[in-house]
Design a protein around this ligand. Sequence first.
Ligand code: ADP
Length: 391
Amino acid sequence: MTDDLKSRILDILRRMDPPDGGGDVVSRSLVSEIFVADGKAFFSLTVPAAEAQRFEPFCRRIEAEVAKLDGIAKAIVALTAEKSAGSQAPRNSAPPPSPTPRPAGGAGGAGGAPAAPARPGANKPGIPGIERIVAVASGKGGVGKSTTAVNLALGLAALGLRVGILDADVYGPSIPRLLGLKEKPKSAGGRTIVPLEAFGLKAMSMGLMVDEETPMIWRGPMVMSALTQMLREVEWGPLDVLVVDMPPGTGDAQLTMAQQVPLAGAVIVSTPQDLALIDARKGLAMFRKVDVPVLGIVENMSYFVAPDTGRRYDIFGHGGAKAEAERLGVPFLGEVPIEMAIRESSDAGRPVTASEPDGPHAAAYKHIAAKVLQQIEEAAPRSAAPRIVFD
Ligand code: ADP
């Protein structure tokens, strides 16, 4: 069904004449992976920077055409401009306008207010070059928060967005291990830090900045200053989304962090067990307290499929998170089974969404990414959003 819809979308794209007269966008490989979830289609077009403006109305036409398909209620096409070779992210300067996927028929935008707050009404200053910041949090450790954060970031990247990931878990940083990063980030001219790169993501970890020998008891007070540095002194931009892997728990440190970082929203990861769900509720309450929209709950280690028989086992009582999300009135973003491939690929520093992009687990994470994207748009629609990047 989904494959059929994708090929019908590709047929539409092949038939449409782009404004530069260069031939259809499919044959020119300008179209990202197409993702269809819950009647919504998401994909991006990558065009030369000089042509970006001309392609805006074309994108809107595509959205309208795709939304006419049976089985598609809405299409979101992000426009991404190609970087010219050797171009650099701007340093200490206002960010370039950047693309924001938008719902079909949504208002078009123009211009770019530099470092706009991540959400309307939020009085925290935005981070130059970063369009939106999304926190991934959990009420307690060990529920797969970091694994979800990495694969969510990769899922968003597969949708055509420019994505970074920041590991804010100073007590147990795991992003370097999950992404196979070993080297220390370099400084640019002694003033800013160049983020590391892995699988198309820009990545930074507080763990890379705090000496491993530093006693845990000293780390707490360092968190806020290290976090500020990670956000403001790293050359992130231009990014559409920065995913922040929050420290587990809902204590004061987490609350302060949620308060300090200009968040577009938070994703809560939970296992289906009741106990973990109670913790997820705490996470929810924490973000509500600081007025950060909760984008939804992901149920991790949701069920287990025996590789030999294909039989499904709901070991932790699958479905708890979905029921809980409904009860609490927050979106349910999706479920991820407990799966050896997810654990092994994580341990090997090759997250499953990147190492098996066409596999079922990548599909689950991309599905979650698409829902997160939709929730961000709904939680903080950008009425005058800059759409296009010029490098
Ligand atoms: P947290 O950040 O919540 O402490 P991690 O992401 O570090 O949790 O995950 C804890 C452990 O569980 C890791 O060994 C990870 O590989 C494993 N894990 C996470 N999600 C899954 C999954 N869906 N299936 C199998 N193993 C998983």
